[in-house]
Design a protein around this ligand. Structure first.
Ligand SMILES: [Zn+2]
Ligand SMILES: [Zn+2]
Length: 117
């Protein structure tokens, strides 16, 4: 069980995705950012956790084509670049929240976190 889960997931006109959480938190995820942080087997090396996706390889106009629920724990995103194996567990999605308060919270906790500056 997860403490928080999305209660609303919305594709916005500019391609970003808005997620509203059951605890009232809300985050807007730019499409390219989420695409870059895909944790599927072809984007992350299984043994090392190394990212195998080049940020430069992500099209600027990347868009989520379809977002669907995976059981009670994750969402599946089909991307406009043809990548369709992306599964984002709720806890991953939560930890990727790019809103200023989450970013500064993470920065305080993990100085070497995987997030962009
Ligand atoms: Zn992937
Ligand atoms: Zn946040």
């Amino acid at each position: 069980m997860f403490e928080v889960r999305p209660v609303e997931i919305e594709k916005r006109e500019d391609g970003s995705i808005r997620v509203a959480w059951s605890n009232g938190h809300e985050g807007i995820y730019p499409a390219a950012y989420l695409r870059e942080n895909c944790h599927c087997a072809s984007c992350i090396e299984e043994w090392t956790g190394r990212k195998m996706i080049e940020p430069e390889a992500i099209p600027n106009d990347i868009r989520p084509l379809r977002i669907s629920a995976v059981g009670q724990y994750a969402i599946h995103i089909e991307w406009s670049d043809g990548h369709s194996t992306g599964i984002y567990a709720f806890d991953l999605l939560r930890s990727l929240c790019p809103c200023p308060s989450c970013v500064s919270e993470r920065a305080a906790r993990l100085p070497d976190g995987p997030q962009r500056p």
